[in-house]
Each structure stands twice: as C-alpha cells, then as structure tokens.
Ligand binder design. Structure first.
Ligand code: AMP
Ligand code: MN
Ligand code: MN
Length: 322
C-alpha cells in the first residue's frame, strides 16, 4: 500500500512512458468507466503517449458512441513488463477476471474516487470527493490541448456518475467542468439521446412486471426490486439497460434507500444500493463484502435471491438504526 500521489505527479508519471500504457476499468462497464478510459486514451495520445484501452466484452451498446473506431482490447491481455492504469475500481476485485491481465505488470497506477479504495497501485490517486473518475482525468489535463472526443467522453463520465447532474456529488466545480467540456466539444443532447433515449421494448415489458412487485420495508423507508432469473430470461435485456432501474424505487416519497437485486445466476445476486440524503450505503455494502460511495454502492452476494434480499434489508435497517 502506498500513499496518495499528487495530481501533477501522476500526470508527469503517465506522460513519461515511451512504451504503451494499458487502461483498465471495472467489470460491468458504466458511463464513468468507459468515459474516463476513452478520455484518458485521447489525452495521452495527444501528449504523444501510446495508450491501449481494455474493456470487457460485450462493450455496452449505449456507451458505444464514445468508442468510434477505437481499437480496444478485450481481456485477457498479456501486459507483462508493461504499465497498467486502473480506473474507477475501489479494489482489484472490481476488475473481475480482467484482473488476471495485471499479473506481471511492471507497475499499476490506480486512479479512483471510491470511499475505502484499497490503494492497490504502485502509484495511487484517489479523491473520494470527485464526482467521477472522468472529473479527475479532466482536472489532470485541464491545461492541455483537449481533443473533442476526450471532452465528449469525460462529459459522459461526469453526466452519468452524477445522475445527470442531480446527486449530492454535483457541485459548482462539477458544473463548471461540464460547461468547459461542452465548450471543448461535448454534445449534451447527443449524450442524453444515446444513453437515455435508447430503451428497448423488452426493457419496458420487464419494468411493467417489476414495478408492480416493488417491495416496501422498514416503515416505507426502503424500497427494493428483486429480479429473478426467470423474469430476466423472459425479458432479455442487456446489463447496461438496467443501470437506471434504481431511479424508480428511489423516487418514491418517503423512501431513503432503494435496492435492486439481480439474480445473475443460481446463488449469485448482484445488489445495487442507492440512498437519498444522509444514509451511507457504502457502509451497508462494505459490511456485506462490497463497496462504493456514500449514496451509491453495490455488492455481489453468493446466496439465493430471497436470502440476499433479507440480508441486505436487515443491514440497511441497522444502518438506519430502526
Ligand atoms: P452499481 O449499483 O453497480 O451502479 O454500483 C454503484 C457503486 O457501487 C459503483 O460506484 C460501484 O463501483 C460500487 N460497487 C458496485 N458493486 C460493487 C462490488 N461488488 N464491490 C464493490 N463496489 C461495488
Ligand atoms: Mn463505475
Ligand atoms: Mn465512477
């Protein structure tokens, strides 16, 4: 474990490499992991550093507009003796199987914004107050020439991780950098259309069924939706289409914490937690073996769906001191 480095120091280290730098991020890619990967790629390229983005397949369709004709590697990748930059991962476990690619890497540079980041890099830059890793990459290169592709990708990273500039991580600094990124070539309407106006009909069939079955507990303070394997097989939708599903239970009046439980396979349940105001769901998730941010966190549990729902709700109940 090494201490946090400064932003300028990490930038200098990145710019000093002559051999290719490989950019990794977490499994189940989201707008921040893809956006910060693509943004960093273009900014390093602009500075004369060869960067190679690595993203797990399949690449999420709704974030595909950022990828253009980029050459992207799919793990496993042999990077023995090379440099790896790991973005948006609180721990190496978040890389999933992609983590194997890091074996034998000459060095790992960890750039992140999760609470309790495990500082697994040879160099670490972790700022849990940053709204997105895309925000950190923007700050790092704010005084450099900025390719429009980088602006678009970093805008998307910030836009998605702030819930379209509405969560508590949306500050005046976030909005100021978003404005600058638009000035530099990001197109907010394009980003909105690609990500939020791109649902499949299957998604709405699934939504109709699960909304009718939403579960309220803890005196109406917790709303949860459990997606079982059979329902997911009946209405096949891509992972990334469900990224915003938590918006529904969270938007209920009186609800403080919302939960999506997704049975990805028998005895494997992916849990997504969101909170309004002052409930630390990162603490809930980390007690169950996961992690995240104060208002958005997650964990994967190896048990059946009903057990997972019960465990998560009782952990939230403890957090709410009910
Ligand atoms: P999600 O609900 O999957 O969008 O994740 C919300 C936040 O929690 C993200 O910042 C994730 O990085 C984090 N997170 C999700 N799943 C896990 C996990 N299994 N372990 C640690 N952190 C997680
Ligand atoms: Mn992420
Ligand atoms: Mn993030």
């Amino acid at each position: 474990m090494t201490a946090n480095s400064g932003l300028a120091e990490i930038r200098e280290i990145l710019l000093s490499y002559t051999a290719p730098v490989y950019i990794f991020s977490h499994q189940h890619p989201d707008g921040d992991s893809v956006g910060s990967t693509v943004g960093l790629y273009y900014l390093l390229r602009q500075a004369g550093v060869r960067a190679i983005p690595v993203l797990p397949a399949p690449h999420p369709e709704i974030y595909g507009f950022m990828l253009g004709n980029l050459e992207i590697l799919t793990p496993p990748v042999d990077i023995r003796g090379r440099t790896a930059v790991v973005l948006d991962c609180g721990s190496l476990q978040r890389l999933g199987e992609t983590g194997q690619s890091l074996e034998g890497a000459a060095r790992v540079i960890n750039i992140d914004h999760h609470l309790n980041n495990q500082m697994f890099g040879d160099y670490n830059y972790v700022d849990s107050r940053a709204a997105a890793v895309g925000q950190i990459i923007y700050n790092m290169f704010a005084h450099d020439p900025f390719p429009p592709e980088a602006a678009q990708a970093l805008f998307t990273a910030v836009y998605t991780d702030t819930g379209r500039f509405s969560y508590s991580n949306t500050t005046s600094a976030t909005l100021a950098s978003a404005a600058d990124l638009v000035e530099l070539g990001a197109n907010p309407q394009r980003v909105y259309n690609e990500i939020h106006q791109n649902k499949t009909q299957q998604y709405y069939f699934l939504l109709a069924e699960v909304l009718a079955d939403m579960n309220l507990s803890c005196q109406g303070k917790v709303a949860s939706i459990a997606l079982n394997r059979h329902l997911l097989a009946k209405h096949p939708v891509a992972d990334w289409e469900l990224d915003d599903l938590n918006d529904y239970p969270r938007s209920l009046r009186g609800v403080s914490v919302s939960v999506i439980l997704k049975e990805v396979e028998a005895d494997t349940v992916k849990v997504s937690l969101r909170s309004k105001d002052r409930v630390n769901v990162a603490s809930v998730a980390s007690k169950l073996g996961g992690g995240g941010h104060y208002n958005a966190a997650g964990v994967t549990l190896n048990m059946d769906l009903a057990q997972a729902q019960e465990q998560v709700i009782s952990q939230i109940e403890a957090e709410l001191s009910l």
